[in-house]
Structures are given as C-alpha cells and as structure tokens.
Design a protein around this ligand. Structure first.
Ligand SMILES: O=P(O)(O)OC[C@H]1O[C@](O)(CO)[C@@H](O)[C@@H]1O
Length: 620
C-alpha cells in the first residue's frame, strides 16, 4: 500500500490518504451484499470482533422478528383504538410536545420481550453521558448532551470550554449584527449575508434550522455551499452579487480536511480575489483545534475561529458552534434552542418506557422494522418550515444506524432508510404508493398545532381556515394509511419555535442512540463513508496520471492522439480502462481534452490529445 497526497487549503500541508488501486477498491465494493440480510443470516461470527467497553455492549440475543413478535394484528375497533391512544400518549408540558405511538402495532408481549434490551440501552446511554468511550474505533467520548447542560460534562475543563464557546458565539454574533464588527469594503457598513461552506453534519443542521426558524427579515440572510459542484457554487456567488463585500463566510469542517469543503472555500476565496476583497477580514472557521482548516485560518488571520470538539460528532453538532453561530446571526434565540434540547434530554433520561419519548420512538422503530431495518421511515411534517427535517434526519439516522457490523463484530448490515418532504404536498406525489403500493415503510407525522401567529388567521370559507385544511389532510392521511395496515407515529408540537426545534433535534439524537444500543451497533462512527472518500482519492490520482500521459503525447511534434488502450497502457493501468474513459469523457466535456477521432458514444473509436502542451509539466 502506498499513500497519495491531496493538497488542502491554499497554503496548508497535505492530507494523506491510503492508496488502493481502483481495481482493489472495486473488488471491495462488489463484495458488499446486494440485498438486506435476513434475520437468520445476521449472526455470522467474524474474526474482526472489536473490543467494546462492557457498559456499551447491549444484549445480542438475535433480532425480535415478525416470526416471534406475534403481531396480533392492528387494533381496528375505534373504542379500543382510542383506549390505546390514551394509554400510550406521551405529553411533555414544558415543551408543548406530544408523541402518539398508538398506530404502531406492538403488543404488550413485545414490550415485555424488549424490557431487558431497554434496561441495557438506558444503562449504556447513562454511561455515554458520563463520558464513556462510546466510539471505540476512534477512542472518542460522545458528549453532545453536555452542550445543552454543561454541568453534565465529565470534568470542569470541558464545562468551561462549552460555556466560554457559547459566550463567544453570542458576543461575536451580537458584534456582527450591531455592526461593531464591520466588513472593510462594504458600502452598507455592516454584514448583510452569511455564506456557510460545509457538508454533511457541517451543513444539514444549520440548513434545517434556518428554514425552520429564520425570521422573515433576518439581520443577516443565509446561503450555503454544501457541495463541490462548480455550477452550484457559481450560482450562490452570483446571487450574492455586490453583497459579497458584506458577506460573512463561515467555513465549517470538524476534520478540517473534507475535500468538498476545501474546494468550496477555494472557490469562494477566488471570488473574493476577483472582486478585490480581502477574504481574511470576512472569513470565520469552525473546526477542531489544529486541523488544516484551523491552521489555515490562523496563519491567514481570519476574522474569527470557533472550536468543534472532538467529542461532538458531525451529525450531532447542531447545538455546537456549527449550528449555533449561523442561527444566532439570523437572530434565532439559540439559548431557547438549547433549553428545548436540555428539557428533551431530561425527559429522555427516564427509565420508564412510557415516560421516555426517545425510547417510545426507538421501540416503535424496532417493532416497525423488525429490528433489522425491514421498513423505511417516511417523515411527513405538515408545516413548510420543517421541510428539511427529513433531510437532516436522513444523515442522523442513516449514518448512525447504517452499519455492516455489530458491536461484537457480527455482520448485520443494519440501518433504517429515511425519506420525506412535507404534507400535504407529498399527498400529491407519493402518498398513493404509501397507501396502496409496496408495504415497505412506516410513517412519522410531524404535526404543528399553531397554524399562524395569533391574530393573523381568517376563515376562507365559513368556519374553516387554510390551516384547518392542513390539519384535516394530516388526519385523513393518517387514518387512510392505518385503515390499510400502514403504521405511523405522530409527533406533535404546539408551535415551531427555537425551543420546540431544539427539542425535536434532541429527541431524534437520543432515539437513534437508544435504537443503536437495542440492535447492538456503534452509532457514532462512519467507516463506510471513508471507503467512498478513499475511492474518490484514487480516481483523482488516476486522472493526474492520465493527464501526464496525454500531456507528453500532446507535446510531441506532431501531436500524438492516443487511443484509450494506449493511455491505459502508458498509465500502467490497463484494468482501469473504463475509469480512464470516464475521466477523458469528463475532460472532453469541459474542453480540457480534445477528441481527435471518434466519439465518446463509441469508446473504442476515440483518439484523444490535449489542446495545449504544457512543457513545465513534462519535467514536474
Ligand atoms: O465536518 P467534516 O469533517 O467536514 O465532515 C463532514 C461530514 O463528513 C462525514 O464525515 C462523512 O460524510 C460526516 O459524518 C460529516 O458530517
């Protein structure tokens, strides 16, 4: 195994990636199973069992599946159903939040069967909150709960770090909003826009919260660059136009080495240069201390730097600087978000199943998916502002639960797929299939009781408001699905406020944690993502070899157009000819390679060369 270097951040050192040939990686990929394993296939012992702290290893006595959960059938009698509703309804008065799991068909017997697993999961969550090493791969604690209750941090140093960072965020946001800190060359004399550069956990939470909570006229408007798509980045920059001069750019990356984020930064910095602006006076970094990004920001003297703690995972980082700084800059009450999350965490510490909202979700997920992800989770918020909740949950749930191995090293291929947009819009898209088509999902309705701020409502027909329709569509869909044996959970909040959004985030963070312990997997690592990142690095390395070969041929007199076979042979990568073809087709589509003969539609016909010979590169 060799290693390749990916240059990161303009003036920074390099990131080492493990080097596998693309062929090797392909072999790895095709060895993944192509269908979900059945429960009976899930306990093959492997020699890769990892050591797991005793307090984090949960019972692993095989999944409770359809065969042994003895589903007596969904309750259909209206009075019995009402009784079930009342019996299981969870209410949190301080949060104005309710959870209804009555339309999930678990039996009392199933709940009893699950008791031992829950006891262990509760103990494991307690250990985690006390600072157990919950990510054995990375030797890390998992402490996002401390962010909203610093008194729970395992030592005074961490407690101070959390409190000081929160103070710093509030002060900085206030200084920006009140124009105490000004952009150097903006005619407005104050910052008017925030451009967040980041991806995955470094973008999804801030995007969700902005959509849910930003006021109609925020002090700073927010935009995101969350991909390495050049056209997407150009679009954001074009939309900013002259306001680039009054844009605060927040670059967020826990690792400080994510290529998409690095590319976003370099593109934005180029736009600043072209506009004659000094990026460092408008740039803010949120990252781990001493990461490449942190070092770049320090050396270049950016406006501010905020820490990401190694004990906060990307997908649970919304209540850290990652989520709080962008939210505060939009005038969102971040202390209320933290309060909502703290109250939810408190409720989730109950060891009584019915009083623990996250446990109720985990129980329902386990029942609905047989504890093996056999059904998808469809998230249906009936409120436009919660549109991005499903996207946010997709990462939280799927990156946490989608695991090949359990904590004992058995191959389990766990996970629950998550998708959804919003009701009632989705009723006119895919609800038809949910009601009558393939039965491979359970739904979660997110209901918001308050339609509009007080005093703004009106009746669009006698006795009926627009919001009444939304309410009725939710209720109608819930009933229609249930009548056709489609199970659902309903999470109700009184209003979409910083407090209720904080609570929703904390609810799902904990539900994922508990569920992971129920099915005995590590929710806090993401080894699968690393494989994709490494494979991408390989393609980039191959592209550089292709370029060198083409350059050499293009510098000859006369120019020597090459067939794909010739390029592959000269790259010593004959097995990678398909990837070489794709690289060349991509370069040709972007005017960086010229097709001398043939066409990309018939790969064998192609002869290719570079438009320009770069003599310097020949001797590089
Ligand atoms: O914040 P970073 O380190 O740039 O990572 C971004 C995202 O990439 C991942 O590591 C993998 O997709 C996520 O877990 C994370 O949220």
């Amino acid at each position: 195994m060799a290693s390749i270097s990916l240059k990161l951040y303009s003036s920074s050192p390099t990131l080492k990636l493990q080097h596998h040939s693309p062929t090797f990686l392909r072999k790895q990929l095709i060895s993944f199973p192509t269908r979900p394993k059945l429960a009976a296939e899930r306990t093959l012992p492997l020699s890769v069992a990892r050591e797991v702290p005793a307090e984090l290893s949960t019972v692993n006595d095989g999944a409770i599946t359809n065969e042994n959960k003895k589903n007596p059938g969904l309750v259909k009698d209206p009075i019995a159903l009402w009784q079930r509703y009342v019996e299981w309804l969870y209410q949190n008065k301080e949060l104005g939040l309710y959870i209804d799991v009555s339309r999930i068909g678990f039996s009392d017997e199933f709940v009893q069967q699950m008791e031992k697993r829950f006891e262990k999961a509760f103990r494991a969550m307690e250990g985690l909150e006390k600072g157990a090493i919950a990510n054995p791969d990375e030797g890390r604690m998992v402490g996002h709960y401390w962010l909203r209750d610093p008194n729970r941090a395992p030592n005074p140093f961490l407690k101070n770090q959390i409190q000081n960072t929160l103070e710093d965020i509030c002060n900085f946001a206030n200084d920006i909003i009140t124009a105490k800190i000004k952009p150097p060359s903006s005619p407005e004399g104050r910052f008017t826009q925030v451009l967040c550069v980041g991806i995955g956990g470094s973008a999804l939470g801030p995007q969700f919260v902005a959509e849910a909570l930003a006021p109609d006229n925020p002090p700073l408007k927010i935009r995101f660059v969350d991909n390495t798509d050049p056209a997407g980045i150009d679009h954001q920059i074009a939309q900013l136009g002259p306001e680039l001069a009054s844009t605060l750019v927040i670059v967020t990356s826990k690792s400080g080495g994510t290529p998409e984020t690095r590319n976003g930064l370099l593109e934005v910095q180029k736009a600043f240069r072209e506009a004659g602006l000094d990026f460092s006076k408008q740039g803010v970094a949120i990252t781990q201390e001493n990461s490449l990004l942190d070092n770049t920001a320090r050396i270049e003297g950016w406006l501010a730097r905020f820490p990401m703690f190694d004990w906060v995972g990307g997908r649970t980082s919304e209540m850290s600087a990652v989520g709080l700084l962008p939210a505060a800059l939009q005038g969102i009450d971040i202390r209320e978000m933290l309060t909502g999350a703290a109250l939810m965490d408190e409720a989730n510490r109950s060891t009584v199943l019915k009083s623990n909202p996250a446990a109720l979700l985990a129980l329902s997920w386990y029942w609905a998916t047989d504890g093996v992800g056999s059904k998808d989770m469809v998230i249906l918020p009936y409120k436009d502002s919660l549109l991005l909740f499903s996207r946010y949950l997709q990462q939280l749930v799927m990156e946490s639960l989608g695991k090949e191995f359990d904590l004992d090293g058995n191959r389990v291929n766990q996970g629950i797929s998550v998708y959804g947009n919003k009701g009632s819009t989705d009723q006119h898209a895919y609800i038809q299939q949910l009601r009558e088509g393939v039965h491979n999902f359970f739904a979660t309705f997110i209901e918001v009781l308050r339609d509009r701020p007080p005093g703004h409502d009106w009746e669009l027909e006698p006795g009926v408001t627009c919001g009444d329709y939304l309410f009725e569509f939710l209720q109608g869909t819930r009933s229609a699905l249930y009548a056709n044996n489609r199970e659902s959970i309903t999470v109700t909040v009184e209003e979409v406020t910083p407090r209720s959004v904080g609570a929703l985030i904390a609810l799902y963070e904990r539900a994922v944690g508990i569920y992971a312990f129920l099915v005995n997997i590590n929710a806090y690592h993401q080894p699968g993502v690393e494989a994709g990142k490494k494979a991408a690095g390989e393609v980039l390395a191959l592209q550089k070899r292709v370029l060198a070969v083409l350059n050499e041929a293009s510098c000859k007199q006369p120019v020597e157009p090459l067939t794909l076979e010739e390029v592959a042979e000269r790259c010593h990568a004959s097995e990678d000819i398909e990837m070489i073809y794709k690289i060349i087709a991509h370069m040709a589509a972007n005017d960086r390679a010229l097709i001398a003969e043939g066409s990309c539609g018939s790969p064998r016909s192609i002869k290719v060369f570079l438009g320009e010979c770069n003599v310097d590169d020949l001797y590089a």
